[in-house]
Design a protein around this ligand. Structure first.
Ligand code: IMP
Ligand code: MG
Length: 181
């Protein structure tokens, strides 16, 4: 396919990611024994990761989704803008947020705060990728991390550039020529 040529370097193959999801799923299964967690996927980037991850979690669990972005003003707090809110009442529920990548952490900080305010029993985060060098807040520490990567722009397996490349079955670095087109 043509769009594969836009990738400079593959960082994680589809097989790598499947193995990583298996590993994460096993740990999450252990940690949430006797709990029926609600997995909250952050759209749209969570889709491929969440689909793979849940195959490896052997628990009674529910799925829900949010589509939010945060506007950061002059203050250090972001304000959430909702495209889609949850349909589940998460009061007293154990919530596990599923994200594609954490960069600044600002969106996630606001989402976690909101879910705590709504009375969740616990709120934890699983992310496929973590870019700790981009962090602008230390209020959110993801409990489960697939891979820690340097501050490079990556696409595939849910991650996009201008809404494209989410369907790549692997994660890779985009060629600079794509940005400078
Ligand atoms: P933040 O942690 O609030 O900065 O938001 C992280 C979001 O920024 C992710 O969910 C992605 O949508 C986007 N993002 C950050 N880094 C990348 C990247 O390398 N590739 C694609 N999207 C990214
Ligand atoms: Mg995102």
């Amino acid at each position: 396919m043509k769009f594969h040529h836009d990738i400079e370097e593959v960082l994680f193959s589809n097989e790598d990611i499947t193995n990583k999801c298996q590993e994460l799923g096993r740990i999450i299964t252990e940690d949430y024994q006797d709990k029926n967690p609600v997995l909250v996927g952050l759209l749209k980037g969570c889709i491929p990761f969440m689909a793979e991850l849940i195959k490896h979690i052997e628990l009674y669990l529910e799925l829900d989704f949010m589509d939010v972005s945060s506007y950061v003003g002059t203050e250090s707090t972001g304000k959430l803008v909702f495209e889609k809110d949850l349909s589940t009442d998460i009061r007293n529920r154990h919530v596990l947020i599923v994200d594609d990548i954490i960069d600044t952490g600002l969106t996630l900080k606001e989402v976690c705060k909101l879910l705590h305010d709504r009375g969740a029993a616990s709120v934890e985060v699983v992310t496929l990728l973590d870019k700790p060098d981009g962090r602008k807040t230390n209020d959110v520490v993801p409990k489960y991390i697939g891979y820690t990567i340097p501050k490079k722009f990556v696409v595939g397996f849910g991650l996009d550039y201008n809404q494209l490349y989410r369907n790549l079955p692997y994660i890779g670095i985009l060629k600079e020529s794509v940005y400078n087109k």
